[in-house]
Ligand binder design. Sequence first.
Ligand code: ADP
Ligand code: MG
Length: 655
Amino acid sequence: MPSPTQTLEFQAETRQLLQLVIHSIYSNKDIFLRELISNASDALDKLRLESLTDTGLDADTSDLHIVLEVDAQARTLTVRDNGIGMTREDVVDLIGTIAKSGTAGLLAKIKEAKDAEAAQSLIGQFGVGFYSAFMVADKVTLRTRRAGTEQGTAWESDGEGTYTIAEAEGLPVGTSVTLHLKPADSEDGLGDYLAAWKIRQIVKQYSDFIRWPIRMATEAAGTTGDTETGVGEDSESAAEDTAPRELETLNSMKALWARPRSEVSEAEYHEFYQQISHDWQAPAETIHMRAEGTFEYEALLFVPAHAPFDLFSRDSKRGVQLYVKRVFIMDDCDALMPNYLRFVKGVVDAHDLSLNVSREILQHDRQITAVRRRLVKKVLGALKGVQSNRAETYAELWEQFGRVLKEGLLEDRDNTDALLELVSSASTHDPEKPTTLREYVARMKDGQDTIYYLTGETRAMVENSPHMEAFTAKGYEVLILTDPVDEVWTDQVPAFDGHRFQSIAKGQVDLDEADGDGDDEAKAEKAQREQDFAALIAWLQNNLSDHVKQVRLSTRLTTSAACLVGDAHDLTPTLEKMYRAMGQELPPVKRILELNPTHPLITALRRAHETNADDPALTDTAELVHGSALLAEGGDLPDPARFTRLLTDRLTLGL
Ligand code: ADP
Ligand code: MG
């Protein structure tokens, strides 16, 4: 004889939580289905496990599954599983209370939280799970029978303060949760959860990779309409109903990442990649890993063969999705992949997170940080592998993603060395072929201890810059860096393999010394030159003080008369331009004018200055020398019209 229905009160904390859920912490109500399916899936896992370990258990595990049933007339949606089920005590303990410690304190905090977003991030710390049903239902009925027991239990609540519990006869093993849906237009954002298309869509989005089939009872072919019609009074046991219904499986169940690597074919990886990336081309590299221990997760990551069109747009998304035990949690999981690896696509399935985990919480979770560190190492290692073994593929990858990877040199100090190993750069060594830094270092001349580079807007500008002259003449290799990010990382990364990076357009260079030619004779010669030019230099410095901060003799020029250089920490002209383009106010960056003491123009200028320091033509010449140096490196003249006039006058005189 069934015992009479008992009415029980929810535990105080549970009641508070229910109020919060009902009054909608979540803007996205669709997730109630994800929660119920995840519970059903857990219950199926548990039954299978128990049937394996407890041979005495008399349970049918031949067709473990989840069924979704709609009764449009009664406005109910039922989630049914033939999993482990619950005893009456289980129901009271698990559904009637929140067993998790610290809940009360947390709830107090949630109440203090000013806005929904803050509340949501707090609530992510524990699972709302089953209660999310009350976001969409004004009454929930649960019927369940524990495997290995005879007595079934029915539980019902409107989510207010109490629930009823009663014995129920004739239930199959497993659990069914029936939601009596609120009217569709009762609240904003309440979807039409009776519509088959809507259910299909939610399952596809959140539960596609659940390992058990999720079936939906739809009307047999021949009948029409998207919404299911009722199946009579006994709608709660529709599965046993004889109405012509077909069971459609909604989920693919193919969570490749959960399978051992050895059992997944290349074609399957590609198909999966295509599905998550919508990229028709096969990925350049696949990374499949599993971590066991205190924090278990699986990761299946892909390096695409080509960059998406929005790689550099401000709101370009990160490509890694987060799952928790095969339940989709979020796209674009920034906690798992740094910005500079935003092109990596894939899935991370973490086993020990709450389904309600928020971005906020992930950002501060120590274990997630550890996962991210490991994934980054894996990706960088995989790229290194491509570089070593598939040079051609690597060249293309670098072409596509090199600029983004170099952002890592600014963002990720922990992996500077690994990133520098990946850098591929144009170089004066071989105009046809880029070089790695390691190759550069191997070719360095005796006595050379720094890595020379020059940045600029285009390759031609860099290659033809006057700064290159002495380096080319003396056979020093110079890296040609033309990505905007190069302007920045070269300043911030201290060294590669113990060798500093040195811009050939910055600071003093003394190639003679580097060459080992700095003997006494050369030194004396140099001192003499300094003396010879001292008066001209002082005069020029004074004359050009609006444009340059210093004038000095150069050791880097062979054929040009003059060039402009910066101090070690000065902004480069390209960087200055970039900042101005972004709207930043900057004081004018003055540079250093270097003169080639062997150039006929400079020696003639010196003589003219010695002869008559007050000749007005000298001032014009000084301006022309400065302007030409600016033009030679691709810079912009402060007053192009004036420069052209001075030059035209000079040319006319010379004819
Ligand atoms: P969580 O899943 O995070 O534990 P829930 O609120 O979703 O929290 O569920 C609470 C508990 O109720 C579950 O841990 C489980 O023990 C039990 N439960 C919920 N749904 C089912 C189900 N369909 N079958 C068996 N047990 C269930
Ligand atoms: Mg749950």
